[in-house]
Design a protein around this ligand. Structure first.
Ligand code: ATP
Ligand code: MG
Length: 584
């Protein structure tokens, strides 16, 4: 039995759900490998965060939280070409929005350059690192590649030692100091770890630790002309911060022996790397590189375009942090990569919006409805419930008058089968109001276009009226012509026309899979007057249409609303199918 105080305390830590990371951490605490938990989220400030990062954030923060530990935010900023302060700001804003707090633990790998340099010198002194004069291309060739034999089994024949591999410690120390001092041109020398050029894992074949790059860094300017590589920097930054569990996505698995090698040879705090599956979602791409291309080549309006899978894009689309966190907990933490159906994300969103979004009426493609037996100037105020799922949301008054806008689709001159909306002779209920019966319509003889629908109302049928026992099959929404305000509505479809945009034939590009009709802007729409004084990010359900959010765009004369998601949930059907399959 363990008798140390910390181990005894840690016995009481019971993760609420079991996943392999929680189990590994619990085991480490039990065995005494660590007596506390400290994680980090390490974004590179070269783009905005996407929903894949939200997965990593949720894993990093929730693991620490579960075991009473802390989480650092560390900017992994050692690649000066693409990094920028604007990305740092965007990343911090988006993590906060998602609901996670790193408190005062904000760190930058670029603050560790001196520390990293010292450790590189230490490795040189131990005979574990050397300065190489091969070019980056030659290094690649010398390293060798994996080859498949006739049975399709891959082998990694040994690589070739660099002719500079056996330089003396003294010479290496001198050359490395001069690399830092700027005596050599870009790309002419590197510092490499001296490990094993015949190692079966190519990552272990004397990886490059430093390269010469005369590019100003967004934080340290021109202070350095040599920059550390990720594989060297990351484990040692973790160690510097006393990170116990360095959680990362699966593509780093083959780098783990190198992570451990640097920690061991540098004799620093023994951080442990654990990998989990990357999040992939259908109908989208989750890599900053591809997202940057969409932005730069103007397929979207920016990083926060509502069609983007970035956190800022999802936010502008009307997603809530709660819906995203719910999604993360439903997909769980897996050891193998998989593709999650975007319908599940939308399902989580609908569940959340259903609870929080007030209902209002808006008409996107308007057709005039004239109630012939309603007096010209009469206005009645009808009671409308704001949210049937939330009694505390109360109710509001909606003005009803002789002329209303209804959806053009809600009238047919000749009804198709099973059409329960308006057509000559048929009756429908106007939401919250009266039952009306269609008496005719006006048609422009030149164009054949229907310009107005005529009807009469039955005064006995006002919405909520106890004596109202007439049954009609259809209810349609409307807004009063005299009271409604014009609004701009932006309807979105998926940015990609196929489920897996990255599946392309040789020579193809994911851009070939772009959906050319992912945005439809509607300038004809009208909404209830209460939509006039709404604030960006306020969310609504436009009855019978879908969930909408007020956009921050104020450039035009009308308020803009983005369609977040439609009302019909496709997830239940998919889930049934998936469950059915696994039961077979
Ligand atoms: P990208 O491919 O989008 O550029 P990245 O891994 O290069 O992603 P970083 O800023 O280095 O971006 O990522 C920070 C952290 O987020 C890393 O720990 C990485 O493992 C994790 N991460 C990135 N994408 C995903 C994803 N799709 N699913 C889970 N974790 C991810
Ligand atoms: Mg990265």
């Amino acid at each position: 039995m363990e008798t140390t105080a910390s181990a005894a305390d840690n016995e009481n830590v019971k993760p609420e759900s079991t996943d392999f990371i929680s189990e590994a951490i619990a085991e480490d605490l039990k065995s005494g490998r660590y007596d506390h938990v400290h994680t980090r989220f390490p974004p590179e400030p070269n783009g905005w965060l996407h929903i894949g990062h939200a997965k990593a954030i949720s894993v990093d923060f929730s693991m620490a939280q579960k075991f009473g530990g802390k989480t650092n935010l560390r900017f992994d900023d050692t690649n000066p070409e693409k990094e920028d302060m604007s990305y740092v700001e965007a990343i911090k804003r988006d993590i906060k929005w998602l609901g996670y707090d790193w408190e005062d633990r904000e760190y930058y790998a670029s603050d560790y350059y001196e520390y990293l340099y010292e450790l590189a010198v230490k490795l040189i002194k131990k005979g574990k690192a050397y300065v190489d004069d091969l070019s980056e291309e030659e290094i690649r060739v010398y390293r060798g590649t994996a080859v498949a034999d006739k049975n399709n089994i891959t082998h990694t024949p040994p690589g070739k030692d660099s002719p500079y591999r056996n330089r003396s410690v003294q010479e290496n120390l001198d050359l490395f100091a001069r690399m830092r001092a700027g005596e050599f041109p870009d790309g002419s020398k590197t510092l490499r770890a001296k490990i094993d050029m015949a190692h079966p894992n190519l990552v272990m074949r004397d990886p490059v630790m430093y390269r010469i790059r005369r590019i100003p860094h967004y934080r340290v300017g021109n202070a350095w002309c040599i920059y550390p590589m990720y594989d060297f920097q990351h484990p040692l930054s973790d160690a510097k911060e006393g990170i116990t569990h360095s959680l990362c996505s699966l593509e780093y698995e083959i780098h783990r022996p190198l992570y451990e090698w640097f920690i061991r040879e540098c004799e620093v705090f023994p951080s442990r790397q654990i990998e989990f599956a990357r999040l992939n979602i259908t109908r989208t791409v989750l890599s900053k590189r591809w997202l940057l291309q969409l932005v730069n080549e103007k397929y979207v309006s920016g990083w926060d375009d509502p069609r983007m899978p970035t956190l800022a894009g999802l936010r502008r689309r009307g997603y809530t942090p709660e819906a995203i966190r719910d999604f993360m907990s439903r997909i769980g933490i897996a050891k193998t990569d998989s593709m999650v159906d975007i319908a599940l994300l939308e399902h989580c969103l609908r569940e959340d919006l259903n609870k929080r979004a007030n209902r209002v009426m808006a008409v996107l493609k308007p057709l005039k409805l004239i109630i012939e037996n309603w007096p010209e100037d009469k206005v009645e105020e009808l009671d409308a419930v704001n949210n049937p799922e939330d009694p505390s949301a109360g109710s509001r008054k909606v003005q009803f008058s002789r002329e209303l806008w209804i959806e053009a689709d809600d009238f047919q001159e000749v009804p198709p089968p099973k059409y329960f909306r308006l057509y000559p002779g048929n009756s429908v209920r106007l939401r919250y109001g009266y039952i009306v019966t269609c008496t005719g319509f006006d048609k422009d003889p030149a164009t054949g276009q229907i310009t107005a629908v005529r009807c009469t109302y039955d005064p006995e049928t006002r919405g909520g009226n106890a004596q109202d026992n007439r049954k009609v099959k259809g209810t349609i929404h409307w807004v009063s012509v005299r009271h409604a305000i014009p609004i701009e509505v932006r309807l979105y479809d998926y940015l990609f026309a196929v489920e897996r945009p990255m599946d392309v034939p040789p020579g193809g590009s994911f851009l070939d899979n772009i959906n050319p009709n992912s945005l439809e802007v509607i300038q004809t729409a009208y909404g209830e007057p209460c939509l006039a004084d709404t604030k960006p990010e306020e969310k609504f359900q436009f009855e019978r249409i879908g969930y909408f959010v007020r956009d921050p765009d104020n450039a035009g004369t009308k308020p803009v609303f983005n369609k977040t998601v439609g009302l019909r949930d496709t997830w239940a059907k998919i889930e049934k199918k998936v469950v059915g399959q696994s039961a077979e």
